[in-house]
Design a protein around this ligand. Structure first.
Ligand SMILES: Cc1cc2nc3c(=O)[nH]c(=O)nc-3n(C[C@H](O)[C@H](O)[C@H](O)COP(=O)(O)OP(=O)(O)OC[C@H]3O[C@@H](n4cnc5c(N)ncnc54)[C@H](O)[C@@H]3O)c2cc1C
Length: 507
């Protein structure tokens, strides 16, 4: 239905340089940086801060972005110091800590665990202080992307954005936007769909009033709502990673190591010694169908979640709460820690289904963070990827506003960097459930500085120089060699390669 025929009141149009959809970590990062460059920024956030969000464990390379935003002290004040990550495997009867201080990058050697409600609010208020017109309770409904000089294509829907017809919207050389595929939308020649003078965005406030905006540049930072990618039909599910999660907050969870005396986990640890200094670590408990996270939050709360394949969740009988508790009790190293714990929140389910959009940017628009792609959270990389891509995306938007031609190569470099970062983490993610990678995590070796290289990846050092890539390449080479050995019946054990059975199928 055309908006001007709607019975809801239409609030007059606001013009801006950049309109940002979504006020999570990606949106607030971009809004702060662009406002500080003197751009007129509008950021529209559907919810009101503070609001719950999952994604509570941060990485050391996040600190670099905090410095640029000037929020280091504020984050330190709301966070739990995180020195590293500990991986626990009941199958191996072992656990290994990866301390960030032992990585190749000695500039950023720790991070924080945060309640996202507090963290996202810090970032959002920072954007407001920088001068962004950052509004809460504003759900973006429609985006009409302008093809400069040629008219615009429009994505319209009620509540969710919807491109009329299916197919990707594509920006090509001459600025024309083109949609191909079923029910293709095509805007060729001038004025195909009329929206002169910038992209047109409409949003609904909590009272139901519709607000209109004109923006020269649009950044989609709407997270897993993927406003633009859904509208364009460009969202593609990642066939290599198909997982879901169940999670909640507990009180009274025992720190790792506190109850291990009678455990099968008595093998010597190859990482840092256990102790109070380590209480801020994230612990990842590996089990045969996936993994659990335990993230210590302020005030003695522990975020606990399980990630597994859809088949595992389909076996669920009864309420999510009961299934969640049963699942936790079924894995000994987890069961010990929650024995005296109390669940103090609702239990939430999220389909983690990884995806990426087939397009990341076009003429006067781009996607950052989860609005472009989502990868499995096993290495706590989501917030860093979101903030780092928003930081680079803000530079692209800023350059585009001055000179679109100059911005074009920057946008291509932005796309390549984002994809490379996602690619380096995805290599590990796709293999985390294989016996070979799990053996390597439980028996980490530092030949060719492989362990340091792995720690750097775990720290989020994914935009690194070629020198630092070598240990990572050595680690990957070792994985392929060990995969061959696995097929021949050998596995990595403390004493070296040990024949454990007859030759097996590929891992
Ligand atoms: C189970 C699970 C566990 C995870 N664990 C971790 C972890 O430990 N560490 C980590 O770093 N990452 C983790 N992540 C990933 C992390 O949650 C995301 O990668 C991160 O929040 C992405 O930030 P973003 O700014 O791109 O999107 P978001 O944080 O999702 O922010 C998007 C914002 O856009 C708003 N929005 C959406 N639609 C609209 C609209 N139409 N109009 C206006 N506003 C809108 C939303 O309300 C939201 O505030 C996890 C994810 C899952 C699913």
């Amino acid at each position: 239905m055309p908006l001007d025929a709607s019975p809801t009141p239409l609030v007059g149009e606001t013009a801006c340089d950049v309109l940002i959809i979504g006020g999570g970590p990606a949106g607030s990062t971009a809004a702060t940086l662009l406002a500080e460059k003197g751009r007129r920024v509008v950021m529209l956030e559907r919810d009101r801060h503070p609001r719950f969000h999952i994604g509570e464990s941060l990485l050391p390379l996040n600190l670099k972005v905090f410095e640029r935003l000037g929020v280091t002290d504020e984050v330190a004040a709301i966070g739990v110091h995180k020195p590293g990550a500990r991986f626990v495997s009941d199958e191996h009867g072992k656990h290994t800590a990866f301390s960030f201080a032992a990585g190749l990058n000695q500039d950023y050697t720790y991070s924080y665990q945060v309640r996202r409600s507090s963290f996202d609010e810090v970032l959002f208020r920072r954007a407001q202080r920088a001068g962004a017109d950052a509004r809460e309770g504003m759900r973006v409904l429609d985006v009409a992307l302008e093809a400069r000089g040629r008219g615009a294509l429009e994505a319209r829907g009620g509540g969710a954005l919807e491109a009329r017809g299916r197919g990707a919207l594509e920006a090509r050389g001459g600025g024309a936007l083109e949609a191909r595929g079923r029910g293709a939308l095509e805007a060729r020649g001038s004025g195909a769909l009329d929206a002169p003078g910038g992209h047109r965005v409409t949003a609904r406030d909590e009272a139901g009033a519709i607000h209109a905006f004109r923006a020269r540049f649009v950044m989609d930072c709407s997270g897993r709502d993927t406003v633009l990618a859904s509208a364009m039909g460009s969202k593609a599910r990642n066939p290599h990673n198909n997982t879901a999660a169940l999670y909640g907050h507990f009180r009274g969870v025992a720190p790792f190591g506190a109850r291990d005396d009678s455990a099968p986990l008595s093998a010597p640890d190859t990482g840092a010694p256990l102790g109070a200094a380590e209480d801020g670590n994230i612990t990842i408990h590996l089990f045969d169908e996936g993994w659990f996270w335990m993230i210590p939050l302020p005030d003695g709360v522990m975020s606990v979640g399980v990630v597994s394949n859809p088949g595992f969740f389909k076996r669920r009988r009864g309420e999510p709460r009961e299934f969640f508790l049963e699942t936790l009790r079924a894995v000994p190293s987890v069961a010990r820690r929650i024995a005296d714990a109390e669940l103090v929140s609702d239990v939430t389910t999220t389909g983690n289904y990884s995806y990426a959009s087939t397009v990341m940017h076009g003429d006067g628009w781009l996607m950052a963070g989860d609005a472009y792609a989502f990868i499995d959270p096993v290495f706590s990389s989501g917030v860093l990827l979101a903030m780092a891509s928003a930081e680079m995306g803000a530079d692209v938007a800023d350059a585009w506003l001055d000179d679109p031609a100059r911005a074009a190569p920057m946008a291509r470099a932005f796309e390549a960097k984002v994809k490379r970062a996602i690619g380096s983490l995805s290599w590990l993610i796709y293999r985390i459930n294989t016996p070979v990678l799990r053996d390597m995590f439980m028996e980490p070796r530092n030949r060719f500085r492989m362990r340091e290289g792995l720690v750097s990846l775990l720290a989020g050092d994914v935009h690194t120089n070629a020198n630092r890539q070598l240990p990572v390449l050595a680690f990957k080479g070792a994985f392929y060699a060990l995969s061959l050995a696995y097929r021949l019946g050998y596995r990595l054990r403390p004493e070296g390669l040990v024949r454990v059975r007859a030759a097996a199928p590929a891992p």
